[in-house]
Design a protein around this ligand. Structure first.
Ligand code: ACM
Length: 659
């Protein structure tokens, strides 16, 4: 779909160059001290880097890219890919001939320089970018810094630089500027759930390509769940022969009709160990670490379908990999009541032997120092009635099921540590008394992360309230239905370092893309962007520089870039927010607002498609008596920016409650 917008994006780009009144956006004018001031301008900001750098000092003039570009770059193997990337980006769209030398060259147009002595502020990932009319310099202490400097530099070029094909009639200029930049936090993660729906190796690479634009450095791969086991483990062939395959279903995941016994189980897939090595290397070349997650003891139906002996529950031989049918009852809250036992048995020694085999191979495949072992949402109702679990409780003096899970987690942590790796788990692992060497990923809000930091655990914050990318980005009437919403402006409020904790325990923050309702890579991109930009800015940029109008002005520039790069994103931020109430005489009242300043909402009740010649929303609406549909669309000036939304009056009546 987005493919059709690419040329439009280019046309708009040209228009915006020729007609500066194209849009009303905020520009950031950073002072040498790095403080930004926001001003409203009629032109798009010329400097629109995301995440916002520590300090940007704009200077007079422009650098003009010549037809022959020479890049001077240190001959370091870690930089090979970064240099090739820069060459490819600079040549594909511009048609310039771009070559590179490793020795110092007075004629080089772009110089990538590793600081011999190191720069005290830059650390391992910071950089200084200097654009003058004569040449461009990026300096860093380490190759990662140069890579991030390259990302910022590309964002200074016209958006058409994102094109994979030559674009004519563009002036390839870069505004003169001095940028000094380094990350606020070391852990800047995105989680990609490749278990609920399988994403191919190439799709994961595509996801990595998009995340590194925004200086993310950790890809957390959720490799196992009830719906699939996605990594080859030698000696345990059924994990991928059986555990990787379900019945293909589409629609609203979670409520599918349970598949019949004879329906083909050919939907899914897995990564061979060679695939994993290739992905790890691909990520490393882009300064991304991949953290694997093996989610136990819950979320393990695919494992049990492959090896039923790992379950406590008689009859587990009949269990099948989940295809999206209902398997949990959440009506009484967490922990859920399982309708089938999707847990590994904590009282079965075979489980620990199995995990040792898995963790040994996972540890060898992924060089990253952490292995995530899940621990979330384990239901206890099958354990509660199991004799072996009761005997384990007696033997170990465990008083309740949380302590049983705690016993399990501690044993798993020992296995992980025995392979020379650090154990990480979702915040439920705190229910057992885990040693402080266990790192905690806080997802049920920030609360458990705060508790964990107070107990001296390392913490990564990925709270549902700000960082759950599977949640809807606007009204359920337009978005694929999920049980919760998270709008861009709320994501942008994410601050991973809460007051009242020693910040040294907060390693960073992460956004999580669960994929129950995400069936393909285009939708994965749609869910990730632009909220992924908001989270990137929360983990990279100085807290003091947070400024929503300024950020959104830059996001709009990045929409153009993503259009041209053919990376999908959600335009949901332009969709109005519907609020309903009842007047004293029980009439439905509809209040509309937008997340973004400066938009107009036009509407109709007569089933026709509103445009800017229709009534403009100015105050609460009461639908005419016989109206069945409210259609709305948002504009900026003369340009439609929102999608046509069709809101049934009946739906609004339902939301408003009793008539
Ligand atoms: C989670 O969202 N269950 C970690």
């Amino acid at each position: 779909m987005r493919r059709f917008f690419a040329p439009l994006g280019l046309i708009l780009l040209m228009l915006s160059v020729n007609f500066p009144a194209f849009s009303q956006t905020a520009v950031s004018e950073a002072t040498p001290e790095g403080q930004s001031a926001t001003a409203v301008a009629n032109t798009p900001p010329e400097i629109a880097i995301i995440p916002e750098p520590v300090a940007v000092t704009k200077a007079e003039g422009h650098y003009i890219l010549p037809a022959n570009v020479l890049i001077q770059s240190p001959a370091l193997p870690e930089l090979k890919q970064a240099l090739a990337f820069l060459q490819e980006r600079l040549s594909a769209a511009t048609g310039s001939f771009v070559s590179a030398v490793s020795s110092p060259s007075a004629t080089a147009n772009i110089k990538l320089i590793i600081n011999e002595k190191g720069h005290h502020l830059l650390g391992d990932e910071g950089y200084q970018l200097s654009v003058t009319p004569n040449f461009i310099t990026i300096k860093a202490n380490k190759p990662a810094g140069l890579f991030y400097g390259i990302q910022s530099l590309l964002q200074l070029f016209p958006a058409a630089i994102e094109s994979s094909e030559k674009v004519e009639n563009v002036e390839w200029t870069v505004p003169c500027v001095e940028v000094m930049d380094y990350p606020r936090l070391a852990w800047r993660g995105l989680m990609f759930d490749v278990a609920r729906h399988f994403f191919t190796k190439d799709e994961v690479k595509q996801y990595i390509d998009a995340m590194v634009r925004y200086k993310y450095n950790i890809l957390h791969l959720h490799l196992t769940d009830d719906e699939g086991w996605r990594i080859e483990i030698k000696g345990l062939p059924k994990l991928t022969e059986v555990g990787a395959w379900s019945v293909k279903k589409v629609g609203e995941f979670g409520n599918f009709i349970p598949p019949a016994a004879d329906e083909p189980r050919n939907y899914g897939g897995f990564y061979t160990q060679e695939d994993i090595k290739e992905l790890v290397q691909y990520a490393q070349e882009r300064f991304v670490n991949i953290m694997p997650e093996i989610d136990v003891p819950g979320h393990s139906l695919a494992t049990i379908a492959a090896y039923p002996e790992l379950s406590c529950t008689p009859g587990a031989e009949n269990y099948r990999v989940r295809s999206g049918e209902r398997i949990m009852d959440w009506s009484r809250g967490a922990p859920p009541t399982a309708l089938v036992d999707n847990t590994l048995c904590p009282a079965n020694e075979k489980v620990y032997g199995f995990l040792d085999t898995v963790i040994t191979q996972v540890a060898a495949l992924f060089p990253f120092e952490y292995i995530h072992m899940g621990g979330d949402e384990a239901p206890f109702n099958f354990w509660e009635k199991n004799e072996a679990v009761k005997a384990l409780m007696q033997r170990e003096g465990l008083k309740n099921m949380h302590q049983v899970q705690g016993y399990f987690e501690k044993r798993v942590q020992k296995i992980v540590a025995s392979k020379g790796k650090k154990f990480m788990g979702w915040d439920e692992i705190l229910n057992g008394d885990m040693p402080s060497s266990a790192a905690v990923m806080s997802w049920r809000g920030m609360k458990y992360g705060i508790q964990a930091a107070q107990k001296k655990h390392e913490v990564v914050m990925s709270p549902t309230d700000y960082a759950y990318l599977d949640y809807m980005q606007a009204d359920a009437i337009t978005e694929p239905r999920v049980y919760a919403s998270l709008r861009l402006s709320k994501s942008y409020e994410f601050d991973p370092v809460p007051a009242g904790v020693d910040p040294k325990y907060i390693k960073g923050g992460q956004a999580n893309l669960w994929t129950e309702q995400v069936y393909n890579i285009r939708q994965a991109e749609y869910m990730t962007w632009p909220r992924g930009m908001a989270i990137a800015e929360s983990v990279w940029s100085p807290r003091e520089k947070k400024n929503w109008p300024n950020f959104f002005g830059r996001v709009e520039q990045h929409f153009k870039r993503l259009d041209i790069a053919e990376t999908k994103y959600a335009p949901s931020v332009y969709d109005p927010i519907f609020k309903v109430s009842r007047s004293a005489d029980r009439q439905l009242q509809i209040e509309l607002s937008t997340e973004v300043e400066g938009l107009d909402i036009y509407y109709s009740f007569d089933n026709s498609f509103p445009d800017r010649f229709y009534p403009k929303y100015t105050e609460k609406l009461t639908p005419p008596k016989d109206a069945t549909m409210l259609k709305v669309i948002t504009y900026r000036g003369k340009i439609p920016v929102g999608r046509m939304m069709n809101m049934p009056i009946e739906e609004l009546n339902k939301r408003a409650g009793r008539r």
